[in-house]
Ligand binder design. Structure first.
Ligand SMILES: [Mn+2]
Length: 274
């Protein structure tokens, strides 16, 4: 019979166990539902792979808006096509990972599906929060800063309960294709690299510079811009982080202790603007 305990004998190597620190991850702008460099379904698989990998050491995962290219919740129906992502999120929740979701300008019509069915809190507006002793200001980023007045007016109409009420009376088989038609989503998403406009032209940089005059924020975390940006503000302390997107960049941010950095998943050509 094999001697089971022999490897504990003198001179044998002690197995080294590494317990990873719990990290906090941020990502945004998956835009599932529209084909880009990858088809929506392939991108969903890639996101699930990424979630699997980070679930090893993730304590918390923040998804900061535009998870879906279009989302609308009827009282008893949701758009189909995202079941792989949902099942992964449920699995991670069961592993004890705290997941939080923001709405973006493409999926602002969320109701209670995430909270009730998936147990995931949804934020509809910017928040200030302290994580690991650091102050965070988190928002999707649409309609903030100067300019964009047309969009700001349109958003007011979109989020008005009466608009939702009216839209809800369209049958989903009509309502969802109609939304796709009007946004030109039947075409492939534009995947041209956006241009970083620099501190004088980037609306969100102007917005956070103004905010930082009164707030003591360490990290301003936004999506919406579809460009990975890590920009240190004039006060030389606060950083504006834009999470980029998954249409082109497959980018995300990770907070490890007090250190926050932008990373890319399976994209060796990822570039960070600063
Ligand atoms: Mn977006």
């Amino acid at each position: 019979m094999q001697k089971l305990w022999s490897h504990y004998g003198s001179g044998s190597k002690i197995r080294r166990i590494v317990i990873p620190l719990s990290k906090i991850y941020f990502a945004s702008d998956f835009h599932l539902g529209v084909d880009a460099r990858l088809s929506s379904s392939d991108r969903e698989l890639l996101i699930c792979q990424w979630l699997d990998e980070i679930s090893i050491d993730a304590k918390q995962i923040w998804l900061i808006g535009d998870l879906f290219d279009f989302w609308f919740e009827y009282k008893s129906a949701i758009p189909k096509g995202f079941s792989k992502l949902f099942s992964r999120l449920v699995l991670l929740k069961e592993k004890g990972i705290d997941i939080r979701v923001f709405t973006g300008n493409h999926d602002l019509w969320m109701k209670d599906y995430f909270t009730k069915e998936l147990g995931i809190p949804v934020y509809f507006d910017r928040i200030e929060i302290e994580i690991n002793g650091k102050n965070f200001f988190i928002a999707h980023g649409d309609g903030l800063g100067p300019g964009d007045s047309g969009y700001k007016r349109m958003k007011k109409v979109f989020i008005h309960p009466f608009s939702k009420f009216l839209y809800r009376w369209l049958h989903p088989d009509l309502g969802i294709p109609l939304a796709n038609f009007f946004s030109g989503r039947s075409r492939k998403a534009q995947i041209m690299e956006k241009k970083f406009l620099g501190r004088d032209e980037e609306w969100l940089i102007q917005y956070v510079e103004r905010k930082s005059l009164t707030l003591n924020t360490d990290f301003y975390i936004f999506g919406h811009r579809h460009l990975p940006i890590d920009y240190t503000l004039k006060n030389r302390k606060s950083r504006y982080i834009n999470l980029g997107d998954w249409l082109l960049h497959q980018s995300y941010a990770v907070l490890d202790g007090e250190d926050l950095k932008l990373c890319f998943y399976k994209n060796e050509n990822g570039k960070i603007y600063s």
